[in-house]
Design a protein. Structure first.
Length: 104
């Protein structure tokens, strides 16, 4: 008899509560591609903290699933979450008051 698949929310809760499962927080990443898979270097404040290799199939599936999660958050919050590229672009643009003297 085949074992029934564990439902996803239960698996997530089990992983979160298991002290043996590593917990990683990243606020940046770099990606690369090989001839058989992808690589994601997770970073904290530009310092590499973990390397994640994914097959092309898993990488694409993860991309779609994460996109769906973010879309759900945006829809419920009625907002758009900016990407790090959006933030970088906004921060690199000169503000209207930049370079002006406070007395002007």
């Amino acid at each position: 008899m085949q074992k029934a698949k564990k439902d996803i929310p239960a698996m997530i809760n089990d992983a979160i509560s298991d002290p043996e499962v590593p917990k990683i927080y990243a606020n940046g990443f770099a990606t690369g591609i090989g001839n058989g898979d992808t690589v994601v270097v997770l970073q904290q404040n530009t310092i590499p903290i973990a390397v994640l290799n994914l097959s092309f199939t898993v990488a694409k599936t993860l991309t779609l699933k994460l996109g769906n999660l973010i879309k759900e958050i945006e829809d419920k919050a009625n907002t758009v979450i900016l990407t790090t590229d959006n933030f970088s672009e906004a921060l690199s643009e000169k503000s209207p008051n930049e370079g002006k003297n406070a007395d002007n």
